[in-house]
Ligand binder design. Structure first.
Ligand code: PDD
Length: 287
């Protein structure tokens, strides 16, 4: 099936889509990105991802290339042209194309935009999630502004590769205090020995996950105990359950951490229930 990408103002065949070699994203990772889950051909958690996109751009002083309404049209068109019913939509905005220089181009150049969309086999993903997954821990070695959804992802890439090489799905970063910050491309959660849901607070150096926020709405409604008290790997290994959240993983149960099985090594009932509830809510609200 033909795929299409949106590149700086027009849709082109995916295989022919190119960006100039002096795009500052390519040379300097000077840009930001967002990933939307696509449910029934619609964008999940749309508002939350846009809010974070504008925050990330403002933090880096990159101009907004277009209004939210226009960008929504472009994203929807990418989803439509690629015939994506279940999948992901990716947006990247860089500071633009200019002769290489570390400082911002002066005068400023227009930001550069790329949008792609791809289908996922949702039933295969469900079957995988139902089995649970493993994580490994890695030292936190990222910059101090992980709240910005920057395309500078080298530490995340290396962490994820280390996970792959050890047969795990995800890597959890652990900071100098021995506390888990988040995953290479997801937020990290446990259900502790007392039954409280715990994930790192957003004042810490983590990405404020949109899936995390939507799941918090679900958790508040269910009345499950919740706290933003950070946790260590040892606490996570002794936890009743663990899971990760993100636009790609949605809510995925974790059954093993650094080779140690959690409980009986099966996905926990709360994580499984939260995956279902998250998807129901996100599907209903997708636009
Ligand atoms: N990653 N933390 C990190 C470091 C992430 O890269 C992501 C998402 C998350 C979860 O955020 P959200 O719930 O808003 O997707 C947390 C995307 C999916 C990616 O890089 O592909």
């Amino acid at each position: 099936m033909s795929r299409f990408a949106y590149v700086n103002g027009r849709f082109v065949r995916h295989g022919e889509a190119v960006v100039p070699i002096e795009d500052r994203g390519y040379q300097l990772a000077d840009g930001v990105y967002e990933v939307w889950a696509v449910f029934d051909g619609k964008l999940a958690d749309a508002e939350g991802h846009f809010a974070r996109l504008w925050r990330s751009l403002d933090a880096l002083r990159i101009a907004h290339p277009m209004s939210q309404a226009s960008l929504t049209m472009v994203l929807r068109e990418a989803v439509r042209r690629n015939k994506v019913k279940e999948g992901l939509c990716y947006l990247q905005i860089t500071r633009g194309v200019a002769k290489r220089d570390h400082a911002f181009p002066n005068p400023a150049v227009p930001p550069a935009i790329v949008v792609t969309a791809k289908s996922l086999d949702r039933s295969a993903a469900e079957a995988k999630a139902a089995k649970g997954a493993s994580v490994i821990s890695v030292p936190e070695n990222r910059w101090g502004r992980c709240d910005i959804k920057s395309i500078g992802l080298l530490p995340n890439v290396l962490a994820k590769q280390a996970a792959r090489e050890r047969g795990a799905l995800e890597a959890w970063f652990v900071d100098d205090m021995g506390l888990v910050t988040e995953g290479a491309s997801s937020n990290a959660w446990i259900i502790d020995a007392e039954g409280a849901l715990r994930t790192r607070d957003t004042n810490a150096n983590i990405l404020r996950g949109v899936t995390r926020s939507t799941l918090l709405e679900v958790i508040r409604e269910t009345g499950l105990p919740f706290s933003e008290k950070p946790f260590t790997i040892a606490e996570a290994q002794a936890a009743k359950e663990a899971f990760i959240t993100g636009a790609g993983s949605l809510v995925t149960p974790i059954t093993q951490i650094d080779g140690v099985k959690l409980g009986d090594g099966q996905p926990g009932p709360v994580a499984i229930g939260l995956r279902r509830s998250y998807m129901e809510r996100a599907r209903l609200k997708a636009v």
